[in-house]
Design a protein around this ligand. Structure first.
Ligand code: NDP
Length: 328
């Protein structure tokens, strides 16, 4: 039996190329559970793995796709049986292990969670790693207390930012979305943002370590200068959930916001989340993310669309969430 997959190969000149290929089942890696994948998604890391140089790929040939949802086809683990619907995010799947850009995947049972009640496999992947991470960020902010004042979401029109905006707005927070694309203002307002802030307004050279206190919390998908600037604008005791580095990894900030304003910088990692945390976050997603808003974020795609879309996500040009129908 054959299945379709997007395969990244490394040529003799060190360059990589990604093509849709037909593979036989015996090419699948070792694992306890074989899944008939239905949907995967495009995340920033996937853009790196499909792109030239292979980004985070650990071995070739490689099937990228850091998340997927589908139906168990065969299982050696008592927790799963054929016919169960499952979701996978994290655990370096799609980087060190073959991932979701295929009609079949074989993985460790520990990496899976059952499809959350109330979600279809397509909806679960519209959320995907980006949305799962957005929920983890919101939960971290809640654990530390969200202060009065708007909650800032940076990289708001991207995957993490879109889902964070919709969840926070649905929870009743006033949400300000930072975007470098003014044309996405209507989209961000439709997700529940009450304020759209131009990237340049925040992302200037940091002049002073402390500025006026504005934000009651922040989900930051951008890092770099944006994060440095936002730290000095947080309300006393407020928290920034640092999720990503779409705007750069270097952080040029002072310790002053931490010392004089008690600001918390919370690092969010979706990859190694223990099983119970993953279940808790997925249950919160099913409860707190309005499905009509999730639908508005979806850009449908097939495996053959991914090389071009991978380039777009690295340029910060994707709005919302790319949902990949691997059978499309
Ligand atoms: P997207 O590309 O969908 O969104 C990123 C957004 O950031 C863009 O849409 C753009 O938003 C903004 N942006 C891009 N480049 C710049 C720049 N140079 N300066 C300022 N803003 C910029 O990616 P995701 O939302 O999927 O991921 C965002 C980040 O989070 C990535 O770094 C990713 O690796 C990371 N991540 C981390 C996870 C974790 O476990 N910690 C899990 C998932 C993602 P706009 O146009 O609105 O300005």
């Amino acid at each position: 039996m054959m299945f379709k997959a997007l395969v990244v190969e490394k040529n003799e000149d060190g360059k990589t190329n990604a093509t849709v290929q037909e593979l036989s089942m015996d090419r699948l890696p070792e694992g306890d559970v074989t899944v008939a994948v239905e949907y995967s998604t495009l995340n920033y890391k996937d853009g790196l793995c499909i792109g030239p140089g292979g980004g985070l790929v650990r071995n070739y040939p490689h099937v990228p796709g850091i998340d997927f949802a589908g139906t168990v086809e065969a299982s050696d683990d008592p927790r799963y049986k054929a016919g169960d619907k499952v979701v996978l995010t994290g655990w370096r799947v799609g980087e060190a292990y073959w991932g979701g850009y295929a009609q079949k995947a074989r993985v460790k049972a520990d990496w899976l969670v059952p499809l959350p009640d109330g979600l279809t496999t397509r909806q679960a992947m519209a959320v995907g790693t980006a949305g799962f991470t957005a929920m983890l960020a919101v939960m971290a902010l809640e654990d530390h207390g969200i202060k009065d004042g708007p909650v800032l979401v940076t990289g708001a029109a991207g995957g993490v930012g879109s889902v964070a905006t919709a969840i926070l707005a649905n929870l009743g927070y006033e949400v300000a979305g930072v975007t470098g694309r003014p044309e996405t203002a209507g989209y961000l307002r439709s997700l529940g943002a009450t304020r759209v802030v131009a990237r340049e307004e925040i992302n200037e050279t940091v002049k002073r370590p402390l500025e006026a206190e504005i934000w009651g919390g922040c989900v930051d998908a951008v890092g770099g200068d944006m994060l440095a600037r936002v730290l000095g604008q947080m309300k006393y005791g407020a928290s920034v959930a640092a999720v990503g580095l779409a705007g750069g990894a270097a952080l040029s900030a002072t310790v002053i916001p931490f010392l004089l304003r008690g600001v918390n910088l919370l690092g969010i990692d979706s990859v190694m989340q223990p099983y119970d945390n993953r279940l808790r976050a997925w249950a919160r997603i099913a409860q707190d993310l309005p499905m009509d808003k999730l639908e508005a974020m979806i850009k449908p795609a097939t495996l053959s669309d991914l090389p071009a879309l991978g380039r777009d996500i690295l340029k910060g040009q994707i709005q919302g969430r790319v949902v990949v129908d691997v059978n499309g």
